[in-house]
Design a protein around this ligand. Structure first.
Ligand SMILES: [Zn+2]
Length: 191
């Protein structure tokens, strides 16, 4: 039996993993071949600047991801933090969100399973009443309301901040995936 979750993994983006797009890596290698360490460092920075310019105009990802990660250097030069399966869903907006699943006709509606709003990543993590408990743990830790502006800043600023957001993402997504599987089984049972 194939779960819908496998569909999430199809869509990924270099910004989320923090690895420059292959083409920029190849260009950098060509510029630095046989050069000294200073040049290599400068060219690495040049790659990040090019990546930033491309990131600002890319249409491959949604506005959600662009708002969460406005600055390539700040995000990719961080000193800690691995982007796991759950954070990938949170950052990309591609995952266990009704609007996303509906887009691929995997479910019949883009409306949240817990309230009457359209369910995308912003809804799930910032607004949905179902996840108040998970959100409150983060908000207590950071001392402010969770928003598009402070999610990744919290992750980048400290290891503790990263972990508290990662825990929230895992807690919410894993429960939603469980719910999604249950709903699917119920639907199949009705057929
Ligand atoms: Zn909701």
């Amino acid at each position: 039996m194939m779960f819908i979750t496998t569909a999430y993994l199809r869509v990924s983006h270099p910004i989320i993993s923090g690895t420059p797009p292959i083409r920029l890596q190849i260009e950098e290698r060509a510029r630095t071949y046989g050069k000294d360490e200073d040049t290599k460092r400068q060219e690495k920075e040049e790659t990040i600047r090019k990546w930033q310019r491309e990131w600002e105009v890319t249409v491959e990802v949604g506005q959600w991801t662009k708002r969460l990660i406005p600055n390539v250097a700040t995000w990719t030069n961080r000193k800690h933090g691995n982007v796991d399966y759950y954070l990938t869903q949170m950052l990309s907006g591609h995952g266990c969100f009704a609007a996303y699943l509906h887009k691929f006709a995997l479910i019949e509606s883009d409306i949240c399973w817990y309230c009457q709003e359209r369910d995308d990543a912003a809804h799930t993590f910032l607004h949905c009443i179902r996840w108040i408990r998970e959100r409150t743990i983060v908000e207590t830790a950071i001392g402010e309301t969770l928003s598009t502006e402070n999610i990744t800043n919290t992750m980048i600023d400290s290891k503790e901040g990263w972990d508290v957001i990662a825990q929230m993402a895992k807690g919410i997504i894993s429960k939603k995936e469980e719910e999604e599987r249950t709903r699917k089984r119920q639907l199949q049972g009705q057929e």
